[in-house]
Write a protein of this length. Structure first.
Lengths: 203, 203
């Protein structure tokens, strides 16, 4: 039998996972762990250089039971993962409100839109209306290619799906319409540079 | 013996708490629960009216053990509260990046600065440098009075403490330098209106 997370993801025991995908500091995630690490590193770099203040939000957890052992920290003994109501990362970059979701796919030809939740798209619509800057960062992990998907592009593909069209964004469409990011050393993923080119100015 | 949270807060069993302070949807908090509820309501109102997109961040929790019972959701069976590295609330309001911490005190004459953590003050400094809008919302719960503390005021009092001065902000100083908020119906706490008056324009 296949065991699944509340969000429908399949469970794989930790010792069956490649090392890079095992539990990090914060929580166990089947996908996204390495991209998340790279983005956390990049954000740490941006913060240390006064370039931007962008953080990953904690994973929302519903706490049910807490124990309070003598002379030590409170221990949560029953809790459940909740579905996030917003995107993963947000913050401020030179006065601009930044808000994005980061996703990895092993697919080599397209990004399946089922990786996005409708409430996340809804959140990005709301952010856009408030003159914030919402976008996606997508990693094709098998190809090791990274893209920024601008809000308008994401929305066009999302609407296409809801109009009965294809349920994914083709790699070719990424190549034509998204912004490809090159990996670097410091920062690992310089997505603000990519964003600056999107906005038509220098980072 | 007094049992304390990892952050030094005293533990009080739930059944000894007034009803409004008991566990909410998200997590158990000794202080801040009611103010937090009021702010969540206000943010819900702002969102529904397309006024702003501001959310409370989830409480950061370090997950240690997870069980995967057959045919049901993953259960976290060992986890610990972590110290938040940023403020509680952030979002976007008409292009402006909003970032604030909300605190309650039962003190009737002053707000003790020990309620703030140095890393939160550091975070607000970084936000300010990026042209974001950091501030505090303080509730004197016994007096039922609410104030917005602008960033500059907070920093002045914080620096005063670090220079050997008083370790709190006097109520009189709130009355003279902060922005007092009146409770309403929709939204409960119209802090964006207070913020607009701080910025010198209409909300």
């Amino acid at each position: 039998m296949t065991i699944r997370y509340p969000n429908g993801r399949k469970y794989r025991p930790q010792n069956q996972l490649p090392k890079r995908q095992r539990v990090g500091n914060e929580t166990y995630r089947n996908r996204g762990q390495t991209l998340e690490d790279e983005l956390n590193e990049s954000n740490q770099y941006y913060l240390s250089r006064n370039i931007a203040v962008i953080h990953k939000k904690p994973v929302p957890i519903q706490v049910v039971k807490v124990n309070y052992p003598h002379r030590s920290a409170a221990v949560i003994t029953e809790a459940y993962y909740r579905t996030p109501s917003t995107t993963d990362f947000n913050g401020v970059w030179n006065g601009k409100y930044i808000d994005f979701e980061a996703k990895e796919t092993k697919n080599k030809t397209a990004f399946p839109l089922q990786n996005l939740h409708s409430h996340q798209v809804e959140h990005m619509k709301n952010v856009y209306k408030q003159n914030g800057l919402p976008f996606l960062i997508i990693r094709f992990s098998t190809l090791n290619r990274y893209f920024i998907v601008p809000y308008e592009m994401m929305l066009a593909k999302w609407d296409r799906m809801n109009d009965g069209g294809r349920k994914s964004i083709a790699l070719k469409e990424f190549e034509d319409e998204a912004i490809e990011l090159q990996l670097g050393f410091m920062p690992t993923i310089d997505y603000l540079k990519g964003l600056a080119s999107l906005l038509g100015h220098e980072a």
